[in-house]
Design a protein around this ligand. Structure first.
Ligand SMILES: Cc1cc2nc3c(=O)[nH]c(=O)nc-3n(C[C@H](O)[C@H](O)[C@H](O)COP(=O)(O)OP(=O)(O)OC[C@H]3O[C@@H](n4cnc5c(N)ncnc54)[C@H](O)[C@@H]3O)c2cc1C
Length: 361
């Protein structure tokens, strides 16, 4: 039997950063995982930047970018362009970026450079945005977890049993006893929580494709277009001039895992949607596609992370709505702060959900 202060179930990007943050605060930690090969983390596009859907997520994303991603060997600085309807530009989000010292500028449409913007559009351009190669980042994190003597790796967990003074984790291998448990198991999260504790999240389909623009047309920066929910990044790991383009469906889709797309039309939908921003994409050479899924939250769900269950000491995090990679480092710190010292005023202030409005720009 392994006895720890805190058990982290799920070794995706959130679980790994959480385990490291807990260990950095002096706790003994177990990190339980199964084959992460088809997890959202392993299949992630890995786009990182500070701009995000709301001020709270932006605070986490900005902190993650400046304190971790910029120094991560898997990070590629390309610059990032995020297109939003001008009416949807949230000034409180820009205030968070300014407060965090993240440089950016806002370009209004109509414009043809760096991407085509129509009247009524604008784009937030971040010179320090870019992407993290997900596989490389997960390996980097796995090495850091392995080198940390406070972290014990274990296999998948089948059941969490509640005792008066803590929890037992039952799965393959030796049992784990823990005072506190944090479940970050993506689609496996609900099955590990007590009945009635499951979060309100749904799975959504994300189709992404590799396309080649050719050397002359290669786009060096990342691009996110909010309507529809499409994104793109350079994919130099697939060869010169190759881009990774992805699109999240607005509808729920309840099939986990990853599969290859054989239907070329489906595979090209993201590239076609982004062609209104970068017209050369309409002539891109199609290479291959993958279908994956991620956990999407109902609006406002992320406002309470980690979320407590009715059982003291049992917490969960899931439903990061296609944006969990970029916030994972700060989310791990936030989770660790909440679990180690709920009266830690400094941490509470730093990561408070009560984001103030105002315009610092
Ligand atoms: C195609 C795609 C593209 C994306 N692109 C971006 C992007 O560009 N930028 C961005 O910020 N975000 C992006 N995301 C979102 C981001 O990848 C996710 O929000 C994030 O990876 C979620 O991480 P996680 O650790 O919470 O969950 P997961 O990655 O789902 O990890 C959960 C882990 O728990 C394990 N597990 C499950 N059950 C058990 C069990 N019983 N016992 C032990 N372990 C268990 C699983 O094997 C898995 O390894 C993308 C997602 C997808 C799918």
């Amino acid at each position: 039997m392994t006895t720890v202060d805190c058990a982290v179930i799920g070794d995706g990007v959130v679980g790994r950063f959480t385990a490291l943050a807990l260990a950095a605060r002096g706790l003994l930690v177990s990190l339980s995982g199964e084959d992460a090969g088809s997890s959202a983390s392993a299949l992630s596009g890995g786009l990182v930047r500070a701009y995000s859907a709301d001020p709270f997520l932006t605070r986490l994303a900005a902190r993650s970018l400046t304190s971790v991603w910029l120094n991560c060997p898997a990070y590629r600085r390309t610059g990032s362009v995020h297109v939003v309807p001008r009416a949807g530009l949230d000034r409180a989000v820009l205030s968070e970026m300014a407060a965090a010292g993240v440089p950016y500028r806002v370009i209004g449409g109509p414009a043809r450079h760096p991407v085509r913007l129509e009247r009524g559009d604008c784009a937030v351009v971040e010179p320090y945005g870019g992407f993290v190669h997900a596989g490389e980042a997960l390996r980097w994190l796995a090495d850091r977890c392995r080198d940390d003597a406070a972290i014990t790796r274990t296999g998948p967990v089948r059941q969490v049993i509640t005792h008066g003074d803590g929890f037992s984790l039952v799965g393959t291998g030796p049992a784990v006893r823990a005072r506190q448990v944090i479940v970050t198991a993506g689609p496996g999260t609900a099955a590990l929580l007590p009945p009635g504790s499951a979060p309100e999240v749904e799975r959504r389909r994300i189709v992404y494709s590799f396309v080649r623009l050719g050397d002359s047309g290669a786009v060096p920066h990342t691009l996110v277009d909010t309507v529809p929910d499409t994104w793109m990044r350079p994919a130099p790991e697939q060869g010169p001039g190759v881009l990774l383009v992805g699109r999240a469906d607005p509808m729920p889709w309840n099939r986990p895992g990853r599969r290859d797309v054989t239907d070329r039309r489906t595979g090209l939908r993201a590239a076609e949607a982004l062609a209104r921003r970068i017209p050369a994409l309409s002539k891109a050479e199609y290479l291959s596609s993958v279908v994956a899924s991620d956990m999407y939250a109902t609006p406002g769900h992320h406002g309470d992370v980690p979320a407590p269950t009715a059982t003291d000491g049992l917490w969960y995090v899931t439903g990061l709505s296609g944006g969990g990679f970029k916030i994972a480092p700060a989310l791990g710190e936030r989770i660790a702060d909440r679990m180690t010292a709920s009266d830690n005023d400094v941490a509470q202030t730093l990561y408070s959900n009560d984001v103030e409005g105002g315009d610092h720009v």
